[in-house]
Each structure stands twice: as C-alpha cells, then as structure tokens.
Write a protein that binds this ligand. Sequence first.
Ligand code: PGA
Length: 242
Amino acid sequence: MINLDNFSSYFVANWKLNGNFKFIDDYIEQLKLPEDETKCIVICPTSIHLEYMRHRNNNFYLGAQNVSQHLKGPFTGEISCNSLRELNIDFCIVGHSERRQNFKETNEDVNLKSNELIKNNIVPIICIGETLKDKESGKTNDTLARQLEEGVPDSSNGKNTIIAYEPVWAIGSGLTPTFEEIDKTHDFIKNHNSKFSHYKIIYGGSVKANNAKEITSLSNVNGALIGGASLMVDEFTMIIQD
Ligand code: PGA
C-alpha cells in the first residue's frame, strides 16, 4: 500500500460520470503537476477509463469512484477490489453521498467495502457529511460520528485510510461552510474519538481555484476532494499548484 505519510496534502479529482478518451488525452497533455512531490494528486475517472488512464499516466495516482464489497460471484455490474488491484489502483472513493442517496449505500456497505480495499492494499477515501436538514437541526456532529463509527472498519487507521468531509448541501451547489466551520468540523472528526486523531481529513464540496488555498491551509484540513472544478484542467492545475 502507498505510504500516506510520504505526503503533506492530498488533492483528489472526482470526475464522476464524465470524460471520454479524447477528454483524457487533452487533460493529460495540459495538466501541470506541482513540483512539490509531497502533494499527492489522485484522479478518479469512471471505472471503464481506469486502464486507459493507467497507460497515459504521468505521475499522478489513480482512484476508483466505487467498488463492490464482494470479491466474486453473482453480482452483475459490479467491480471487485481484485480487479482494481490488478490495475495497480491505489485509491478508491467509498460512500460518496451520491452513492448513499442514489444507490442506497449504507454505513455497513461503506464499512465492508473499505475493509476489502484495505485488505487489497488500496486506500479507501471514506466520504462522510451532513445533509442540509441535519445542519439546520444542529445534528451535524451526530451524523458524522455515526457515519464514522459505523462506516469506518476496525482495520482502518491513519496510515491506510483517508476521510473526506463533504457536506451534502455543499456538493455541486457553489455553497460551502465558512472556513471557520470547516476547520471546526475537521477538528471534531479528528478529536471526538482518539482513533481518528492521526487520520488525514480532506474537505470536499464546491472547492474551486478561488477557495482551495484558503481551505487546504486550515490547520485541520489535509487536502481537498474536487468534483466539478476538477473537470476543467486549468482550474484543477491552479488548485494543485497553489
Ligand atoms: P463538487 O463535488 O466539487 O462539484 O462540489 C465534490 C464531490 O462530489 O466530491
């Protein structure tokens, strides 16, 4: 497994259901990676583009956006950790709110998938985050604590797992919590239970070139998970160079 301690920060591009071969060719040609090799840059294309990206790779890491908790068997349409490992994929997003909402993924699923990934030396990037309803009713911390307690497997630790805090209401909306709120929530994630004190915790939800630097400089923030803005190579380059 990749040694997470070799890096000072993590920038994860979540392309969601976007991209094609031409897009990838242009993107890789134009992408300028930072000289600072302690920044870990991870790109997560659709599963079907992982192998193509592997062959076009120029020094970033690859991540999948989801994986099955099963290794084989009658699970039509699923992709296993074994297959990701065969492609030398180092990271996998797990429990993104779009999967929780659209595909009814539960904390238990997130736990099983993350455990399987760790067994296969792939770093799970476990997404947690409150809905607007949770936030408005003051339940943010309760929701996060439950997602962590139920979704993070016993095999996880700060060296093999990344936590991504992504408020559901901030994803794709152009809205973000204030910088102070982000820092406070990351502090809660790290410190409400000593198990998490050494975890790398990245922020996601409407990260753009004009807010990435301030967000990722917060003392409890170790990087960013970037959706929409990562599809624009100039914008993503600005975020990772900054
Ligand atoms: P966004 O998405 O940057 O477009 O808000 C982030 C994510 O869904 O991971």
